[in-house]
Design a protein around this ligand. Structure first.
Ligand SMILES: Cc1cc2nc3c(=O)[nH]c(=O)nc-3n(C[C@H](O)[C@H](O)[C@H](O)COP(=O)(O)O)c2cc1C
Length: 160
């Protein structure tokens, strides 16, 4: 199957949107937008993300062994776009109110939810890497509708 055709089919799957963050060894933070977040297990508490192996975030998570997942709210489309755009054009973290969790990874103060993780395993999967995280700390700071992504369009996840 052609990757471009498959991408259009897969775009029909609706998902939430997260910002995955980690730290460089010099202490600076990095992060990217992702929709491949999945809850995996409660005992032990495991979550997964699936990242392009050549992304900066994937490389840095492998190096640091830590990451945080921030679940975006319905009003966070600007943050999602910023963290998916070119990192070199300014600090992605200039948008949003960020603080550091236990591992040093950045968490969004008004995220719908966040999970701070240490890497439990990295599994190569084609041109991507499935990263399993063991949750160290988690919170749901803001009870708000989530940001939804479907067919390359953002939606506000309002209840019917
Ligand atoms: C809504 C949305 C969801 C995305 N989900 C993923 C994902 O799950 N995995 C991935 O590798 N890239 C995903 N991307 C693309 C990355 O955000 C983008 O390639 C980013 O620039 C990578 O940054 P980095 O190279 O600085 O780590 C997504 C982009 C958008 C807009």
């Amino acid at each position: 199957m052609e990757p471009i055709a498959l991408r259009s089919v897969l775009a029909q799957w609706a998902s939430g949107v997260v910002i995955v963050t980690t730290i460089r060894d010099n202490g600076t933070r990095h992060g990217m937008t992702a929709s491949s977040f999945t809850s995996v297990a409660l005992e032990p508490p495991l979550v997964s993300i699936c990242l392009a192996s050549d992304s900066t975030t994937c490389r840095l998570i492998r190096e640091s062994g830590v990451f945080a997942v921030n679940v975006l709210g319905h009003d966070h489309e600007d943050i999602s776009r910023r963290f998916a755009g070119p990192a070199l054009r300014g600090d992605r973290f200039a948008l949003g109110r960020w603080t550091s969790a236990k591992t040093g990874s950045a968490v969004l103060r008004d995220a719908v939810a966040w999970m701070d993780c240490v890497v439990a395993a990295c599994h190569p999967a084609g041109d991507h890497t499935i990263v399993l995280g063991l949750v160290q700390e988690a919170a749901a700071p803001r009870p708000a509708p989530p940001l939804i992504y479907h067919d390359r369009t953002y939606y506000e996840g309002i209840a019917r």
